[in-house]
Design a protein around this ligand. Structure first.
Ligand code: PEP
Length: 252
């Protein structure tokens, strides 16, 4: 994986069964991406191994959409870090707002999962975000600082740069969302960088990749990536089609 690259990725969420995932992965494996871009895709668990196999040796990194923090045990329906790394994934998405809102993910479980991922050599992609209410009461920064501090609690300075953060305002993601304006993203990412430096020190805190996500499209992606402290974009709907994904990655 490219350390200094601009990260452009998408989670397929609960879309693409095994056949559609493999078809998409085969297409991605044939595609080229600009050298400055680190592309990544996050398929559903049912196709994680197949997608990892198809994309092994390609430029495209693969991640899982969630993970339990234990290595094994009586956790019906859960997937462990060892299973994910055995599939060949390099990344794991943790704390997406849909997991927090609908499936009881908390700052505490996010922290457990971050530690578990790092123990197993997986790079955690931690999603943080303010709700519409938090945004309207102007407590975005407080919310994000809390989420970041708990997510990274106890993570060593050596490990911190392995973590990727996606700032995804809950009010900006999905069909009912609206993209955050660039000036707001710039202010918020500047603030996040300060919090990260405060938590982890100047060197480790500056090394963490900070992605923006929320109604990113081919039209607005480059504008976000041009901002200071925006090291990439995490995209949903606009990147599920692999040709659109490639075009978006080429355009930033
Ligand atoms: C998301 O759900 O994480 C997301 C970024 O979605 P979208 O790009 O569709 O708003």
């Amino acid at each position: 994986m490219e350390r200094d690259a601009i990260w452009v990725g998408t989670s397929w969420k609960m879309n693409k069964g095994p056949a559609a995932s493999v078809a998409a992965a085969n297409e991605l494996a044939r595609m080229s991406f600009p050298a400055a871009i680190q592309p990544f895709v996050i398929p559903p668990f049912t196709s994680l191994k197949d997608v990892c196999d198809r994309l092994s040796g390609s430029r495209v990194a693969v991640g899982a959409q969630n993970m339990h923090w234990q290595d094994e045990g009586a956790w019906t329906g859960e997937i462990s870090p060892t299973m994910i790394s055995e599939c060949g994934a390099e990344l794991v998405e943790i704390g997406h707002s849909e997991r927090r809102t609908y499936f009881g993910e908390t700052d505490h479980t996010v922290n457990l999962k971050v530690h578990a991922a790092l123990r197993h050599g997986l790079r955690p992609l931690v999603c943080i975000g303010d709700t519409a209410d938090e945004y309207s009461y102007s407590v975005t920064n407080e919310t994000l600082a809390r989420q970041l501090k708990v997510a990274l609690h106890g993570v060593s300075e050596d490990d911190v740069p392995q973590v990727l953060i996606a700032y995804e305002p809950v009010w900006a993601i999905g069909a009912s969302g609206r993209p955050a304006d660039a000036a707001f993203v710039e202010r918020t990412h500047n603030y996040l960088r300060k919090v990260l430096i405060n938590i982890a020190g100047s060197s480790a805190g500056s090394a963490i990749k900070l992605l923006y996500g929320g109604s990113v499209t081919q039209d607005n992606a480059a504008g976000y990536v041009a901002l200071p402290h925006v090291n990439g974009v995490f995209v949903g709907r606009a990147a599920w089609n692999v040709e659109h994904f490639q075009a978006l990655a080429e355009g930033v």
